[in-house]
Design a protein around this ligand. Structure first.
Ligand code: NFS
Ligand code: SF4
Length: 661
């Protein structure tokens, strides 16, 4: 057996203990045999730093780095005198700034593309959804009646540019925020001006010797995060819909079994839909298909992963091979002929695993090069020159395949692609498309509330397990679940995104799902599409009967296996929008400190939402449901719920029925 590649002194992992994804577990067994290391191995060998985990250290200047004591947080201060609350809130602020920057920079790329398309400088993409264009334009006060598409588009571009560059005033999509929520923001001074300004100010304020009051720092955290949720991310979603089409439900295949041994397999992983759209064009290009056939392949098999995959899955029904913790393991199949990436959530570890299986790992974005990967720059003015070359490289790897191939024979199906426009249409029907039926079903208690379950997977917890257990608990209790990103892939692999899964829901939700023919778990897109949840929540408020602000709604959010700074920023914008948001794995804070009390209690008293934390999915469900029930009570609709109570025997019978089905 050859020498293990990678780090020394390791702890052996047991695949079944680190993931509930059978395909990933199977590949971890193969990785062991092949002597290949993944993030699962590294997580087992790398003990998380306990001081960092509590956010009790600061390295913002050369007088430090300073370490405080988590067990006695007020016993010590940094060399400059910074207290534990200052240190933790500044660290938190930098996570919000980085996460917000990632989403807003992605959104700005989409807007750059849109501008060039509208100007006629880019011809490979077009405005695909003019109805969406008009709706978005009208929603921020642009006149659309009787006007040319291009004129509306130009005005929309100019307006949306303000999301990033405006130095004074309110970002354009503030117009979509329910009035009472917006009023609260105005009172607190947290309505975002422009994302660049907010991120810059947050970086400034978290510098050594500037803002040293955790309450004031937290305000700018909210303002910056809102510039992401209602700004950068929302622009990314809306522009992507306008250019590439608004999602509607489509039956999809997920899991590693979507790879095909006799085809050229190409994986696209990252975040920006334009690369993937052009990969789709290149993979269908007749001369390239012919070249693949000449090389002995039956065809070219394009597959998505992570959020890139989620974008394409909901728009084109392109198969999805897995979420964040499966990106290394899928290379272990030996069947991947090229993996192409753009930005975000791309582990550097991929380079080494790809090398072990002679799979070309190709970076395409000027923002993201990886040592050991090949870089073929993607340029929207001539996109297929890059994507054609990627296909050619993949064909050549197919021809010269040397690695032993083992593809897990596991494929699941699901129905995904529920944009908020579609939810509206689905529940209301063609002639009365509206949120009335959703609100009615919440008021009458069939649907207890709505939960957004989103975010990453993380090797510090058993992959997919927390997502799946949490969502099962929620739907059992009649909570409708909306999902994005890697989380929806976890549920799709568990078979819960099919209409048949309604049998696992409580009787009220089951009835609604059956009537409408929808799954109890609705996959709505990638991580930037969390903005769709904000819009759906606003629509629920505007529909009436469920209070006057987002904070009044019986809703809750969760990122049960989060890992990225983007997730922290998303959490903060949900909280600032009025949503109770629970995170799992770990939370960078010391409990019972002033900063902790502010995030976990104080913000709610200001009329916003609040944070929650637990690593346990059942406790997480309990917390979310308790919050939903509290909101129902405040709205005076708690009585309506009593009729849908079930006992354990009913549930067991339901589960059994589902297993047989
Ligand atoms: Ni969002 Fe996490 Fe990454 Fe997408 Fe997946 S890991 S915060 S879900 S791919 S961004
Ligand atoms: Fe230490 Fe203060 Fe410098 Fe942070 S800013 S490293 S707490 S001296």
């Amino acid at each position: 057996m050859e020498e293990k590649k990678g780090i020394s002194k390791k702890k052996e992992i047991t695949p079944k203990d680190v993931t509930i994804c059978d395909a990933t577990a199977q590949m971890l067994e193969k990785a062991k045999r092949d002597g290949v290391e993944t993030a699962f191995d590294r997580a087992a060998s790398m003990k998380a730093c306990p001081i960092g985990a509590d956010s009790a250290c600061c390295k913002h200047c050369g007088m430090g780095p300073c370490r405080l004591n988590s067990r006695d947080p007020y016993g010590k201060v940094g060399v400059c005198g910074a207290t534990i609350d200052t240190i933790m809130s500044r660290n938190f602020a930098r996570m919000v700034a980085a996460g917000g920057a990632a989403h807003t920079d992605h959104g700005m790329s989409m807007l750059d593309l849109f501008r060039e398309v509208v100007n006629g400088n880019i011809t490979d993409y077009k405005i695909k959804d003019t109805q969406k264009l008009e709706e978005v334009a009208a929603s921020i006060g642009i006149e659309v009646e009787g006007r040319e598409t291009n004129d509306i588009a130009m005005d929309l571009y100019k307006e949306l540019e303000r999301t990033y560059t405006q130095v004074e005033g309110e970002i354009p999509f503030a117009k979509r925020v329910p009035e009472k929520t917006l009023e609260t923001w105005r009172k607190l001074g947290i309505v975002p001006r422009g994302a660049m300004r907010e991120i810059m100010e947050l970086m400034h304020r978290s510098h050594m010797g500037v803002d040293q009051h955790y309450e004031n720092i937290t305000k700018q955290c909210s303002r910056t995060a809102l510039a992401d949720g209602w700004g950068g991310s929302m622009v990314a979603t809306e522009i992507s819909d306008i250019l590439f089409g608004t999602p509607s439900p489509v039956s999809i295949e997920v899991n590693m079994g979507v790879l095909k041994e006799d085809e050229v397999n190409i994986i696209v992983h990252g975040h920006e839909p334009n690369l993937f759209e052009s990969m789709l064009v290149s993979s269908k290009e007749p001369s390239l298909v012919e070249a693949a056939q000449k090389a002995g392949a039956k065809g070219i098999n394009l597959v998505g992963m992570c959020c890139s995959g989620a974008e394409m899955l909901v728009r084109h029904g392109i198969p999805h091979a897995g979420n964040f913790m499966s990106t290394e393991t899928i290379l272990v199949t030996g069947a991947v002929d090229a993996m192409t990436v753009d930005v975000q959530c791309i582990k550097q570890g991929l380079a080494k695993v790809a090398e072990c299986y002679s799979t070309p790992l190709i970076t395409t974005n000027p923002r993201c090069h990886i040592e050991g990967a090949q870089h073929i720059e993607f340029n929207e003015h001539n996109p297929t020159s890059c994507t054609d070359e990627i296909v050619i490289k993949a064909i050549s790897r197919f021809k010269n395949r040397t690695s032993e191939i083992e593809i897990p024979r596991i494929k699941n199906i699901g129905v995904h692609g529920f944009s908020h426009e579609y939810i509206n249409y689905m529940l209301g029907g063609t002639f009365r498309g509206s949120y009335t039926p959703l609100n009615d079903n919440i008021i009458n208690g069939r649907i207890r509330g709505v939960a957004g379950v989103v975010g990453c997977t993380n090797p510090r917890v058993k992959q997919d397990w927390v997502h799946v257990e949490l969502v099962k608990e929620l739907i059992k209790n009649d909570v409708l679940v909306l999902q994005t990103g890697c989380s929806q892939i976890a549920l799709a692999k568990a078979g819960l995104t099919t209409p048949e899964a309604a049998i696992l829901a409580g009787p009220g939700l089951h009835e609604v799902c059956e009537t409408v023919g929808m799954p109890p778990v609705l996959g709505i897109g990638s991580c930037v599409d969390n903005s769709r949840i904000l819009i759906a929540a606003s629509a629920m408020v505007k529909e009436g009967g469920l209070g006057h602000s987002i904070a009044d709604l019986p809703v809750a959010g969760a990122a049960p296996e989060w890992m990225s700074e983007k997730a922290i920023c998303i959490g903060q914008y949900f909280v600032a929008s009025g949503v109770f948001t629970v995170f799992g794995v770990t939370f960078p804070i010391i409990e019972e400190t002033k900063f902790h009390k502010l995030l976990f209690e104080g913000l709610e008293k200001q009329g916003l939402g609040k944070w929650g934390f637990t690593a346990d999915p059942y406790e997480m469900a309990r917390m979310m449901i308790a919050h939903i029930d509290k909101k129902r009570k405040e709205l005076g609709i708690d009585k309506a719920r009593e009729r849908v109570l079930m006992d354990m025997a009913d549930r067991r019978e339901m589960e059994a029925k589902y297993q047989q089905a």
